[in-house]
Design a protein. Structure first.
Length: 305
């Protein structure tokens, strides 16, 4: 017989800048002021792409969960659409933290952040800026744009430059953004074209998803220079790094170097690839480790630690 904590999922939104971020809030039933974890997704992804699977397990463990979609994507606000701004996405994380702290039905003093892929990099950055947090989880995190560009190869990296130039011109002329695919087949023009990238994204899509496989091309240079892993050494509370040893998108060797620099870092390594973490036994192994870690740090009611 299952002893999992039942929960209720609420459609909510919170203000970030001049717009709103759409989100799901998972509240364990019958628990007064449970601890909470905030979940943000990867490059151009929306919360429908399996964030619910992780939030479900956290809520069943007595931990409230807020899974949100960044501005400019999915059913969140913001114009133009499909604009990926690292600065704005980090501001969305800050806004989510503020929103959680202002609620009376969850315990904002027992708060963790959880990010996957590009969101895993954001989780590291946010954790370094919010010492009041209790814990963080960085799943197959994007930690170093230069390392990822080198893994992609110089020829593939240079392919994006004409698209970037067109999009910058569009921005100057106040025209709609020039888009570039997020994921593509090997050799195709895309921000990610590892063999598992396009099928990996497609496998995550539920029916009627709001996800679009494109983004304003202007983001490419900022991705290449974004190195959130360097902030790991500043995080003074526990952070769990879930690393894929076969990661084709975020090179594990560089991620592990950053992870070892975190004063209270914990590292779990897996054979599953970057996009395999979301399904089947790889997901089960991953989420078990994450639930155990978060329960240990956040102390939900009834947790055995």
């Amino acid at each position: 017989m299952s002893t999992a904590q039942p929960y209720t999922r609420h459609d909510v939104s919170f203000t970030s800048g001049k717009n709103t971020c759409a989100a799901w809030l998972y509240l364990p039933d019958g628990v007064a002021a449970p601890p909470v974890v905030i979940l943000g997704h990867g490059l151009g992804a929306t919360r429908e792409l399996r964030l619910d699977a992780f939030a479900d397990r956290f809520a069943k463990a007595g931990i409230a969960a807020l899974a949100f979609t960044y501005r400019h994507f999915g059913d969140s606000g913001g114009q133009p659409r499909q604009l990926l701004s690292i600065k704005r996405q980090l501001a969305d994380w800050d806004a989510a933290i503020t929103w959680v702290k202002n609620r009376r039905d969850i315990d904002g003093a027992r708060l963790a952040v959880w990010g996957s892929s590009f969101g895993g990099g954001h989780a590291i950055t946010i954790a370094s800026r919010h010492p009041e947090l209790k814990a963080a989880v960085a799943q197959c995190p994007f930690t170093d744009g230069l390392a990822s560009a080198l893994a992609l190869g110089p020829t593939e990296s240079l392919k994006v430059l004409p698209s970037v130039a067109r999009d910058v011109a569009s921005m100057i002329l106040r025209r709609p953004p020039a888009m570039i695919p997020l994921a593509g087949s090997p050799g195709a023009l895309a921000l990610m074209n590892a063999p598992d990238a396009l099928p990996g994204y497609e496998a995550l899509l539920p029916p009627h998803a709001t996800f679009r496989n494109e983004v304003a091309a202007r983001v490419a240079p900022s991705i290449a220079t974004y190195r959130p892993g360097r902030a790991a050494k500043k995080i003074r509370f526990p952070i769990l790094f879930c690393v894929s040893d076969t990661d084709s998108v975020t090179p594990p060797a560089q991620t592990l170097r950053y992870a070892h620099a975190a004063p209270r870092g914990e590292i779990k390594r897996y054979d599953a690839g970057h996009f395999a973490f979301y399904f089947g036994e790889p997901f089960e192994a991953l989420v078990r480790d994450q639930v155990e870690f978060l329960a240990r740090q956040l102390q939900p009611a009834g947790a055995v630690v």
